[in-house]
Ligand binder design. Sequence first.
Ligand SMILES: [Fe+2]
Length: 345
Amino acid sequence: MNDLGRLEDLPADYREDLARLNLVPLWPNLRTLLPAGHPRPNTRATHWSYKALRPLLLRAGDLTPIEKAERRVLVLANPGHGLERMQASAAMYLGMQLLLPGEWAPAHRHTPNAVRMIVEGEGAYTTVDGEKCPMSRGDLVLTPTGLWHEHGHDGDQPVVWLDVLDLPLVYYIEASYHVDGERQKVKPGRGDRAYARAGMVPTPVFQRAASAYPMLRYPWANTRAALEGLAAESSAENAIQVTYVNPETGADVQNILAYRALMLRPGETLRLPARSPAAVFHLIQGAAEVRIGEQSFGLDESDTCCAPGYAVVTLSNRSAASPAFFFVADETPLHQKLGVYEQRH
Ligand SMILES: [Fe+2]
């Protein structure tokens, strides 16, 4: 590969003339923009320990009342992007959010899509588009783009959840904004009950649902049962993984990020292929090791880690007696829609 000319090789007066006319020479930047063979991601393999962050999150509950925070969140920021950018990967934002008993995080809606994976506590709920979704550990609750949502808490212990948003991407394309609203009126009916059985969808008077987001809550009890059912049906060499889908279309639940759950059998090691999208692994239950390229992290319950795209990821269950359960978020729908999706080996 030829060495290309550098910026400092050019005379100062020439560079000044270019800058004055808002012009930039391409060749000194060409290899950075188009590196050879594969990208050079800013996203770094990063691990966030729940045990380490939990006291700091609870302390935020003492330091900052909900009225002064609106959303009381510690952002899981990837140092490869710079902490101030508050992003886990190019397209993913992660935050640990705390809601204390009796608190209310007021209604708003925004262009980025969000989901919440509930980490601990009982009694909180998210009202999304008028549907009151209870939040229990391991549940996935969607707040898709444009839908009103607010959080309340009728329980007596702190509730914590992991927020995953496509905020960095939506912000990057200069489409990120929010609108504040009034407390929502709760409507009767819950999507997780209407779509409780796989293979069947409601069709009142032969009509399929018109909603783009017919199911907003995916209870952990169902996800876990699906994984265990799959494990009972599969031979030992088959991975046990499910994807959260829109039950009307079978497509990913949101347009930009995909959400999945994965089970490792006792003692199982699973090598995932190198794929172009970055991925986030959050351990719902068990004890695991996650190897990302040359780095290795021990994950305890409720720990989270992030892998850049094009990295080989190997997941291992550290227990020989119990299964391990992961929640996975990744940028696959985005890469597929843009036509840049790749799986290498
Ligand atoms: Fe929100």
